[in-house]
Design a protein around this ligand. Structure first.
Ligand SMILES: Cc1cc2nc3c(=O)[nH]c(=O)nc-3n(C[C@H](O)[C@H](O)[C@H](O)COP(=O)(O)OP(=O)(O)OC[C@H]3O[C@@H](n4cnc5c(N)ncnc54)[C@H](O)[C@@H]3O)c2cc1C
Length: 570
């Protein structure tokens, strides 16, 4: 008999979205029992490494306005954002900045004592609210502290969730392994919020935590929920070489330059108006075009790169406003940014796609919501603006937290708990993975998978590369690699790593198939063989449903309320 525990509301993920959801759920109903479950310790969720800022309109009296934030978001998205969703984000955010402040968030200040904001790519006004360049760390600490005020929030740290259990009509529970003991559990609940974060570790050159794998997306996909717009993967222009650790856009927000081999600020050729502060998709393509045309530097690691010049900002500004990236540059590349230019290259940084939800974060299954980077409520369309993601996590954490709590209060499960599905899941992971007979080293296979994604689905894509990538991915998947050498019960991270790899195959396939099907260029999705945006044929979202053979792809309409698509110019 499988061990069993019960909550009213389960939140998978203790990043910004999960913590904000927990607080709102606890406020909505002090009587429900909330479990926040995470495969890592709370403060090791990837959110903690957000650096640059959180977007919100705070200074209407100084010329900013909500309408402009909405339009910047929609334009940044290359008109694929659902415009009602973008509007909701921008309207909700100002209140959230003050709410966070009241919970203890140490926002950086201007000289006049007001909350400071700095410029970020693609915005018409300095709108990135920040706390030095450690915004994620301070946000996480503020939210985690606030969670402690509620007796009905429990943390299940270092639990690995493996599947969603439902009866075809509504959500019933999840299955998970308590990593410390190795015990497999069924966890019954009435509501679920999936806040399992992004999956950028599908790529070998990525800014993400190693835990940012697609297991959360995959469990939704296997449960029959759609993944939406997965072909839109964001490459941040400035991953530092050789590690790929992020050098925040705030470095350019504070005045940093991008320089090519000829010493030129090359962005003048691509976006003379906004230069280095153009949206990320445009800056990344500009860097790769410079490299393709022979104006790149050769880095000692064997890849070509551009330089980021911060020297003119001076030691004092760098120490005060960019302290974390100074430390990263010195520790990981041996370069002091006040003295030398940094070697940078576009790096996998964000997934615009995720679990398909409506404007409220509700999925297609009753009782299940998704929030944060794991969700695709279509606020970012084909390209996210920097600083809009932490905002999204906060806003949809709050919205889904309230809705899921209300559902848990009123929800009665109409059918008995489907124990047979738990037994099937136990078989899938223990017979299929733990006792698997694979001969190939799963860590080598993981490296190969992420290299395929890097080589075949990077900043610029072509049909032949994508088709070749998909073929290689499927060949790799069919090799016998499913096995776990470590047979220990306690803290068996070998086991969870192989389960992560299993989920990576299914979700990588969706990314590639989506990219092959989208024969146009839009936002982060740049096809050399179809260089134009094609609104007549592709102004729609992509949905992918799971089928053991291959993903079933469908189209979903874009909500356009007030801004008709026009060509993006910066
Ligand atoms: C280096 C970096 C810097 C960034 N800087 C900014 C910025 O300045 N501004 C901005 O707006 N955005 C920024 N972003 C993006 C933003 O930080 C993320 O999109 C956001 O924090 C994601 O939060 P989340 O709550 O959705 O998930 P995460 O913080 O990624 O958390 C995911 C959670 O899910 C849990 N989980 C996943 N799978 C399982 C499983 N199988 N079982 C149990 N638990 C599971 C994890 O343990 C974790 O707790 C940055 C991203 C990176 C990588």
């Amino acid at each position: 008999m499988v061990d069993s525990i019960e909550y009213d509301l389960i939140i998978v993920g203790s990043g910004l979205a999960g913590l904000r959801a927990a607080i709102e759920a606890a406020k909505t109903s002090p009587s429900i029992k909330i479990g926040v479950i995470s495969k890592v310790q709370v403060m090791r969720s990837h959110s903690v490494s957000a650096e640059g800022g959180t977007a919100a309109v705070l200074f209407e009296d100084e010329g900013d306005n909500i309408e402009s934030h909405i339009y910047d978001t929609v334009k940044g998205s290359d008109f694929l954002a659902d415009q009602d969703v973008a509007e909701l984000l921008c309207k909700e955010m100002p209140r959230e900045i003050y709410q966070l402040e009241h919970w203890g968030m140490p926002w950086s200040r201007r000289k006049d004592g007001k909350i400071a904001q700095r410029p970020f790519g693609g915005y018409s006004f300095p709108r990135a609210t920040f706390a030095s360049d450690k915004v994620g760390f301070f946000l996480m600490q503020t939210l985690y502290d606030t969670c402690q005020k509620f007796d009905n929030i429990e943390f299940l740290n270092e639990w690995f969730v493996t599947s969603i259990i439902h009866d075809g009509q509504q959500f019933m529970g999840i299955t998970a392994i308590q990593i410390s003991s190795g015990t497999f559990y069924q966890i019954k609940a009435k509501s679920l919020i999936i806040a399992s974060g992004g999956a950028g570790r599908l790529y070998s050159f990525a800014t993400y935590a190693y835990s940012s794998t697609p297991d959360g997306l995959d469990m939704a996909y296997r449960a029959g929920l759609a993944l939406k717009d997965m072909e839109f993967v964001q490459f941040h222009p400035t991953g530092i070489l050789p590690s790929g650790i992020l050098i925040t856009e705030a470095a350019r927000g504070e005045g940093g330059y991008l320089i090519n081999k000829d010493g030129e600020r090359f962005m003048k050729r691509y976006a003379a108006g906004k230069m280095e502060l153009s949206p990320r998709d445009i800056v990344s393509r500009s860097i790769m075009t410079e490299i393709r045309e022979g104006r790149g530097f050769m880095h000692e690691s064997g890849v070509e790169c551009m330089k980021l010049d911060l020297r003119h900002l001076g030691d004092e500004v760098i120490k005060e406003k960019l302290g974390a990236i100074r430390e990263i540059s010195i520790k990981f590349s041996g370069i002091d940014p006040a003295q030398e230019m940094l070697d940078i290259r576009p790096v996998c940084h964000y997934m615009m796609g995720g679990i398909h939800t409506n404007i409220d974060g509700a999925t297609e299954l009753k009782g299940v919501w998704a929030a944060g980077e794991a969700a695709c409520n279509s606020v970012h369309g084909a390209n996210r603006l920097g600083a809009n993601s932490t905002s999204e996590c906060i806003v949809w954490g709050k919205i889904t937290g309230a809705l899921a709590a209300r559902h848990a209060m009123s929800g009665k499960q109409s059918s008995p708990f489907p124990h047979h599905l738990v037994v099937l899941e136990e078989k899938r992971i223990y017979d299929g993975v733990f006792r698997g007979q694979g001969e190939y080293n799963p860590y080598e296979v993981r490296q190969e998978l992420t290299d395929i994604m890097n080589d075949k689905a990077y900043v610029f894509k072509t049909e032949s590369d994508l088709v070749d990538g998909l073929k290689k991915l499927r060949e790799l998947k069919s090799k016998t690699w499913r096995h776990v050498d470590d047979k220990a019960k306690e803290y068996n991270t070998n086991f969870t790593n192989v389960m992560e790899l299993d989920s990576m195959f299914r979700v990588a396939e969706v990314v590639l198939v989506g990219a092959i099907n989208r024969r146009e260029s839009r936002g982060s999705h740049a096809r050399l063989d179809y260089p134009q945006r094609d609104d007549a044929n592709f102004l729609h979202h992509t949905l992918a449903y799971y089928d053991p053979k291959e993903p079933i792809m469908k189209k979903h309409p874009v909500t356009i309320t007030r801004y008709q698509p026009v060509e993006r110019k910066y």
